[in-house]
Every structure is written in structure tokens, then in C-alpha cells.
Ligand binder design. Sequence first.
Ligand SMILES: [Zn+2]
Length: 227
Amino acid sequence: MPFLNTLLSIIFPVNCISCGVSGSDLCIMCLSNAPLAERESAKWIFPLYDYRHPPIKKALWLFKYKGKKRLASILAEIMYDKILEELSDLSVMENFQKVILIPIPLSQKRYKERGYNQAELICRELIKIDHLRHGEDGRLTFSLEKNILIKPKETEHQAQIENRAERLKNIVGSFAIKKEKENINSIKGRNIILIDDITTTGATLNEAKKTLKKAGARKVIAFTVAH
Ligand SMILES: [Zn+2]
């Protein structure tokens, strides 16, 4: 509905958080100028962008801490294409099929403070995009399991811990499977994609992967917006 969109953009103008151009929360130009993540990360972790690039850093800060939830849709658009690209090989070579998406969970305390889980927002957008593109032919790429992996105890913000060893210690044992006996069949033998906004040392993703593998997951990979 072009008229409605025009009207909405007058009442609620949408501008690029980086360059200010109107039309999108993060415009195509700024996104295509953003350097891709090239620093070494584990082979099963696929980050999109280099976190040190200021527009990416700013976008993620607004998205995570300032309630700019709308950024989820543009970030998910880009992530979706990247996931499909990787899956085109993985699904054949490694039989990585019937995939489930799992967002890295927040503790209940943090969730209440923030009001949302940014990784879960990205997952929901990924599901939406998948339905738009593949809903009709019934060949959905993945489904969402947002309540199975939980974070029972609060840990210190990983970002606030400088030391790598300390980060690891902080996160070890912090995830669990909710009602493991009831939910085991949702995990056992399944191929899983973990979703998070940022990976730094990979400690958080690694710990989540360990928890899922222990519960019988077949193969676990991860996508993040930045590294
Ligand atoms: Zn821009």
C-alpha cells in the first residue's frame, strides 16, 4: 500500500541510523559499505560484519540497549541470505536438514530489564522471511524453538570482561535445556542454528553448543550479525 507507507513515513519518519538518509533504519549504502567479518572465528560460526565498523557497532548498540527493535528486520534480511548460502552446501554434504533456529537466551532477570531478547527478535524475523519466500511451496527452511535453551542464572556481561579465560569461566554451565525430559525430542538428532547478535571470543556460542550437543543435537552451527 504505497499511500499508507507514504503516510506512515510522514508521521513516523524512518532514517538510516548511520547516514540519516530516509527510507530505512540502516540503508543499503551503509550496509554494503560495511566490512564483512574477516577475523578468525570457529569454523561453525558465521558472523556477517566486522563489529569494529562504527555503523555496525552503533546499530547493534541501539538494537540491544536502546529498544530499536525494528533493526531486527533489516539485520535478519541479510542474515537470511547468508544462512541460505551456507545451507546450500551443508544440507547436501552434511545432511544438515530439518533445521531449527535457537536464539541465545537471556536470563530472566536480563530479559525483564530489557523487555526483549534481541537474538529472539532476529529469529522471529528470519521465520517471517522464510514464510514469505517459501511458505507457499511448503519448503520452509527452518522452524523456531525459542523456549528450549534457557539461561537459568545471570552472568556478568561478557562484554565487560576483558580477559579471555575469565569470559570462559563466566559462561561455563550457564545454559540448560528447559524441562529436559519433555523437550528432549525437540533437540535429539536435530540440526540446529544458533542465532546471536555479536560473537567475540565465541565462548557464549560454544557453551550453548555444548549444552545442546549434550542433549543429543546432531549438528550445531551459529550465525551472528557481527564479530
Ligand atoms: Zn545509511
